[in-house]
Write a protein that binds this ligand. Structure first.
Ligand code: FES
Ligand code: FES
Length: 152
């Protein structure tokens, strides 16, 4: 039994310590906004925040989340930065098929929370682990820049 704090709510889960957080989120808690892509930390589809850090939930065991705060795409819009990112995503119509986009938004919001005015290089570095088979990269980059500009 392990207790996870997900989006501000405590969940007592009957899973083994080595269960990936992604499995706990999707299959046990029922939060399916976080996606499974590669299962090997290669695509970024499963990105969540663990105490604010962008984290690949497919390879991170629940034991590492004990005592920490997990934030998923379902509640990122409740943070100031996440809201700005989502608004910029909508304004620029970033999404194509959508599969990679929850992970993209989680990586982008972690970046802006830590680096409010990111350079092109900062954006490239922060987003390089998030793959988009639809090739939305130019719009993702533009939306991150827009979200950064909106900050008062
Ligand atoms: S599913 Fe986790 S990085 Fe691809
Ligand atoms: S929008 Fe289709 S994979 Fe990125």
């Amino acid at each position: 039994m392990i207790t996870l704090n997900v989006n501000g709510k405590e969940h007592a889960l009957d899973v083994t310590d080595d269960t990936p957080i992604l499995w706990a989120l999707r299959d046990v808690i029922g939060l399916t906004g976080t996606k499974f892509g590669c299962g090997k930390a290669l695509c970024g589809a499963c990105t969540i925040h663990l105490d604010g850090q962008a984290t690949r939930s497919c390879i991170t065991p629940v034991s590492l989340a004990s005592g920490k705060k997990i934030t998923t795409i379902e509640s990122i819009g409740e943070t100031e930065v996440g809201k700005r990112i989502q608004e910029a995503w909508l304004a620029l119509d970033v999404v194509q098929c959508g599969y990679c986009q929850s992970g993209q938004i989680m990586s982008a919001s972690a970046l802006l929370a830590q680096t409010p005015n990111p350079s092109d290089e900062d954006i490239d570095n922060a987003m390089s682990g998030n793959i988009c088979r639809c090739g939305t990269y130019p719009r993702i980059k533009a939306a991150i820049k827009n979200a950064a500009k909106v900050k008062a």
